[in-house]
Design a protein around this ligand. Structure first.
Ligand code: SAM
Length: 299
């Protein structure tokens, strides 16, 4: 990736900082966990607010390159204080929370998960966007076992239908798309984003092509990176942990929203929930923020 031109606009940053300021004011023992560090934009504004209140910080990203860029940036620009334990963790947050038993019950957990992909990965990563030709990779974690190329070329028809149906929510269309891909790959390996676009464009009208590709790429990215399973693992931890917490999740599509809603309904009255959307000004300044929802879940 190109580390010369680095940018990602942290979504709902002001609202998040305000919540963290309010909720951490009377806490002595805060543990701050950024599940999706990305380029560190959110953490760079949250950590100074927690100065004097936080004892442990975990900054996680499964994309090693993003984590390294963010770690350099934060070490140069943020004062963590001498007594704070800061851990940069290159893993998935699902795995992190499955192996995170050492929480003191009196610790107040402030946890941010800004789900999905960063603008940086979309622009410089491999295979994520359909407007640029590259290998169909789509892994955040370059050591991950499955690429989108493997899915498109080697998964059987039924598996493809399942993957597409999750996002398209239309079984007829999911089946059509799966059979198009199975037919095309008999002729020639579908290796790049443009190979995939070409295969789909033979069967889908120009009017719906862009929307189809957007959903198709989303379905592949979600599958390759096990995004919904990761979210469920994160939420499973918060179902059981006895601690007080402030859980801030930024979701970008309805599949994530459904999982979050199911989670807080199960916890019923033991949590308080608030939904915040970006202002018109933010959407104008940063178009990708238009689909974001900040879920503030407190216990
Ligand atoms: C939307 S970006 C976060 C941007 C970040 N908040 C910032 O201000 O720069 C999402 C990041 O989460 C990472 N990510 C996605 N799923 C993950 C997972 N399950 N575990 C760890 N990191 C993940 C991606 O690699 C990406 O860097």
């Amino acid at each position: 990736m190109n580390s010369q031109k680095i940018h990602h606009f942290p979504v709902l940053k002001k609202e998040i900082v305000k919540m963290v300021k309010e909720k951490s004011s009377d806490e002595g023992k805060v543990v701050f966990i950024d599940c999706t560090l990305g380029l560190g934009g959110h953490s760079a504004t949250i950590i100074p607010v927690l100065f004097g209140k936080v004892s442990r910080i975990f900054l996680i990203d499964k994309d090693r390159e993003s984590l390294e860029i963010a770690a350099n940036f934060l070490k140069q620009n943020i004062s963590f204080g001498d007594r704070i334990k800061v851990n940069f963790v290159n893993t998935s947050f699902g795995q992190f929370f499955e192996n995170f038993p050492n929480v003191g019950e009196d610790e107040f957990l402030i946890v941010l998960a800004d789900l999905g992909i960063s603008y940086y990965q979309l622009k410089y990563g491999v295979g994520f966007g359909f407007t640029k030709e590259s290998f169909l990779d789509m892994r955040y974690d370059k050591e991950g076992d499955i690429t989108a190329f493997d899915v498109i070329n080697y998964f059987d028809y039924e598996q493809l239908v399942d993957i597409f149906f999750r996002v398209f929510e239309n079984i007829g269309f999911a089946k059509k798309l799966a059979s198009v891909i199975v037919e095309e790959r008999k002729r020639k390996e579908i290796r790049t984003t443009f190979d995939l676009n070409k295969a789909v464009s033979k069967y889908v009208s120009a009017k719906v092509l862009k929307d189809t590709l957007q959903k198709l790429y989303l379905s592949l990215r979600i599958f390759v990176n096990r995004e919904l399973e990761e979210l469920e693992k994160l939420l499973n931890f918060f179902k059981k942990v006895p601690n007080r917490f402030l859980l801030l999740i930024i979701s970008y599509h309805s599949l994530e929203g459904k999982i979050i809603k199911k989670f807080y309904k199960e916890l019923a009255t033991s949590v308080k929930v608030k939904k915040i959307k970006p202002s018109k000004e933010e959407i104008l300044a940063n178009k990708p923020s238009r689909s974001a929802i900040l879920w503030v879940i407190e216990k």
